[in-house]
Design a protein around this ligand. Structure first.
Ligand code: ADP
Ligand code: ASP
Ligand code: MG
Length: 437
């Protein structure tokens, strides 16, 4: 069994959906995970904003636009009149289920979920129309989060197994990425880009031989192609390297999607839907190349410095500080300490009214907002020297707020002001990769 995920751009036009059908026709047993049609999740977000600002008439108009877009899409894709009419009814009933009159209490997650419901209905009906046999299975019947808002692996395993057993004469299953239920059985999701996470969670549950993530680019590039020219695909990454890149901002992978498959050693292959024969990237246990592989950037970070003479020669100080972050469930990304101060980074938030007074009981607190973590990923064995100097030489013209080196052998993280991000990414691209490709 393989799990094959196609992102929004891969199902963004009728032509792309036809291409997806051709790609999956070559596989034997597979679960196909789809995102919403490109732009739909953003449109649904806008719809909820209109509802929240009580612009119901405008909201209804916007929802009709979303419905019409999907109906036009189907009309271009499907020739069989009866199948197309059935699909149009489905599209209408899905969009009607979130129309303003029914949304007395605005449930954003229930609204966002219709994007994936619509795209999978369209794709399933298209396969039906070309007599490519498949079953449409609802992710809401097996994808669930637990009381800590983490995937409920036992529930997922039990329920996807049941579904597959009931349909054991079928080889191709179509399902929605991104959406799930929460511990109370309400509709939830795995955050933006969550389709990748659905795919790897399912792969772990069904013990898949491979997960494929099909998107609009030929695999993971060495740097962020949205900000830097002359990037190139990295053909091979270890799980740890890919996990660091995903967590620290490489949008091609959802931040936590690598973790589910590590234990079972299921490879993740990234592929380009527009160029199915291009090599892409393979993510697996080990890589042969011990070097700097890629760079990513994570924005919207703030640094917090706590300075206290009580730290001098004291033990337990850091524990007390970390307990405050734990209490408010705030994850820390980077840490550096000196004898009298500790700096940490967290995701930027305006809501510091609880955290700040508690931190101030331990010392003087300072904040730096609008920071970006630049994460350089590779295989940095301590015995292979010279990496740090190459990185810092290329950043010598920029102010650096924090550095984290040695936390793992796969990551060097540097905190800079967000205004310097593109400059840093470009300088590192020239200095670390020029001539390699
Ligand atoms: P999908 O809709 O298929 O999920 P995404 O937009 O989530 O696609 O991810 C693909 C995009 O990620 C690429 O088009 C590219 O702009 C962006 N991206 C950011 N960093 C990287 C990187 N290091 N390598 C490849 N793509 C990246
Ligand atoms: N449709 C969702 C998004 O746009 C999830 C995904 O693409 O995987 O974020
Ligand atoms: Mg994505």
């Amino acid at each position: 069994m393989k799990v094959i995920k196609f992102g929004g751009s891969s199902v963004g036009t009728p032509e792309m959906m036809i291409q997806v059908a051709k790609i999956i026709a070559k596989n034997d047993k597979q679960i196909v995970v789809l995102s919403a049609v490109q732009g739909t999740t953003d449109s649904l977000n806008k719809y909820t904003q209109l509802l929240e600002s009580h612009k119901n008439r405008e909201a209804l108009h916007w929802l009709l636009t979303i419905e019409n877009k999907h109906i036009e899409f189907s009309q271009q894709l499907i020739n069989d009149t009866q199948i197309r009419l059935d699909l149009e009814k489905k599209i209408h009933s899905i969009t009607q289920s979130v129309k303003p009159a029914n949304e007395i209490i605005i449930n954003k997650k229930r609204i966002l979920a219709i994007g994936e419901k619509l795209s999978t209905e369209i794709f399933y009906h298209y396969l039906l129309s070309i007599q490519q046999h498949s079953s449409l299975i609802s992710a809401l019947s097996f994808m669930r989060k637990d009381e800590n808002d983490e995937p409920d692996h036992a529930f997922i395993l039990e329920n996807i197994s049941k579904v597959l057993l009931q349909l054991n004469n079928c080889n191709t299953f179509i399902t929605q990425g991104f959406i799930c239920k929460n511990k109370n059985g309400e509709i939830d999701n795995f955050e933006r880009g969550g389709g990748d996470y659905t795919a790897t969670l399912l792969a772990a549950a069904v013990n898949a031989e491979e997960v494929q993530i099909w998107t609009d680019i030929d695999g993971v590039h060495n740097n962020d192609p949205r900000f830097v020219d002359n990037t190139f695909p990295v053909r091979e990454l270890s799980y740890n390297e890919a996990a660091e890149l995903a967590y620290f901002g490489a949008k091609i992978l959802h931040p936590t999607c690598v973790f589910p498959v590590i234990e079972k050693k299921i490879p993740i292959r990234l592929k380009n839907t527009k160029q199915p024969d291009a090599k892409g990237t393979i993510i697996h246990r080990q890589t042969s190349n011990k070097n700097i592989k890629a760079i990513a950037a994570k924005d919207n970070i703030m640094a917090i410095k706590i300075r206290s003479s009580r730290m001098l020669n004291a033990y337990g100080f850091l524990r007390q500080i970390f307990e405050i972050f734990e209490k408010y469930k705030i994850p820390i990304d980077m840490i550096t300490t000196s004898e009298v101060a500790v700096s940490v980074t967290i995701e930027q938030t305006e809501n510091l009214s609880d955290l700040l007074p508690e931190l101030q009981t331990y010392g003087e607190v300072e904040f730096d907002k609008n920071q970006t973590i630049i994460c350089i990923v590779g295989d940095f064995l301590a015995s292979n020297h010279g990496y740090a100097s190459r990185i810092f030489t290329n950043l010598r013209h920029l102010p650096i707020r924090m550095v984290s080196y040695g936390g793992s052998k796969n990551n060097i993280s540097i905190l800079i002001h967000t205004d310097d991000k593109i400059n840093a990414l470009e300088s590192l691209n020239k200095g670390l990769f020029q001539g390699i490709h």
